[in-house]
Design a protein around this ligand. Sequence first.
Ligand code: 6LW
Length: 515
Amino acid sequence: MTVGRDDTAPTDVRGWTGGTFANPVLPGMHPDPSVCRVGDDYYLACSSFEYFPGVPIFHSRDLVHWAQLGNVLERPGQLHLPTGTAASGGVYAPTLRHHDGRFWLIVTVCADGGGNLLCTATDPAGPWSDPVRLPGVTGIDPDLAWDDEGTCWCTYAGIEQVPIDPDTGRTLGAPRRLWSGAPGALAPEAPHLYRVGDHWYLLIAEGGTERGHAVSIARASAPDGPYEPCPANPILTHRGTDRPIQNTGHADLVEGTDGSWWLVLLGVRPGGGTPGWHVLGRETFLAPVTWVDGWPVVGEVAPVMAAPGWTARPLPPGPVRDDFDDDRLHPRWLSVRSRPDDVWSLAERPGWLTLRARGASPDAPDVTVVGRRQEHRSCRFRTLVDPAGGRGGLVVRLDERHHYEIEAGGGEVRVVARIGSVLATVASRPVPAGPVRLRVEALGEPSGDWYPGKGPDLLRFGVESADGTLDVLAEFDGRYLSTEVAGGFTGRVVGMYAAAGTVHFDWYDHERTST
Ligand code: 6LW
């Protein structure tokens, strides 16, 4: 039985209320999830594109509550994303596995000097090794699976496969085509290979990562085939439906501690009228799986999921406010392409995050940003910024060509919008010298009736007085910061930036006001 969500729960405690949990389990830009279990613990990694550090890694005890442990690619020596790395380039689609006492993470880096990389760790929180490169693996979305003889099979988009030596990255033979999913289907990709019982199962995504996305499966008696497609393919797709979660695909299977099976997958939550705009990127959802006649059958993927008998083991929720009192930045904080030591500091002004400008605005590919994924359709984020002699503030970013910001500096606060080739200062207001409180609100369900051209959300920018009153400078339609408008694979990142000189941030709040 599905019971409604408990809206009285604290805003950042999610799921498992009365035998239900809330999807997505990792809201915001967490696409291409890969999951593995070690004993009672689950670990999950996902794509990070042009953001640094790369490949966030999470821990859970119940597949619903996830806490970020760190990032796999967190040292410049592991991940170099040059300034020329395109938006939605960079780090794609990892596979995370545990084998022989170690965690193995294989991933594609679509940037100059990238290719497929493999890192290992004994502790998933890190440190992760420097990457081993796999020049003989020429496709995206690499997977790793070991057979009983110890052969390591690397399977990648196409769908192709090659045995490799995972310690050196050398390929041990010629790549072979395994299967291409439905005849004529777009983009057979995201393969994951598993041994379950007597069979090897090859799970793939197809149909492209947009509304046609789907998950299909085939099986064989040996890891290198020949593969027999499941007669019920695709085993998951929401194409052509009116479901609130769309683009479902790119999945990974895991067996629960109690013998139940689950699929983690990506999906989106489009909002507004037609054709619908998703603004949070592709998010990670969870779906139950049962086995019928040796094939997996995927249950419903809905915003509120029934999970009878499954035990919640919540992890403590993260703090809403980051005070910058630590000597390390939380692993959730992202920068664009790189974060050299000379552009940020927690020590320069203790208790504050200091950012130093490189690029002159969020238009610049090397802009100094410290931001995080926007995780909820309705949320509020605030900061206390001291522009000192510089200029900086809060940005809502899809990419260099699609962002809105509010910034303080030179005795004023101004709101700037960039939509494609149009860049405009929309509003400004004089403010006294010294620290200023800036606030951005995302209103996921703006009031008013549905109509075909209605946008997905409204973004409001203002200056907050000490008593919390908001002086609104500007409001924008959120569709222009959606993936459908900007293109690519990413969702919104929101946070702090410096556009000129050195700017200090005392704290940052990120608060959910609905899902
Ligand atoms: C990824 C591919 C995909 O490599 O999108 O949805 C690409 N699936 O598998 C980028 O995330």
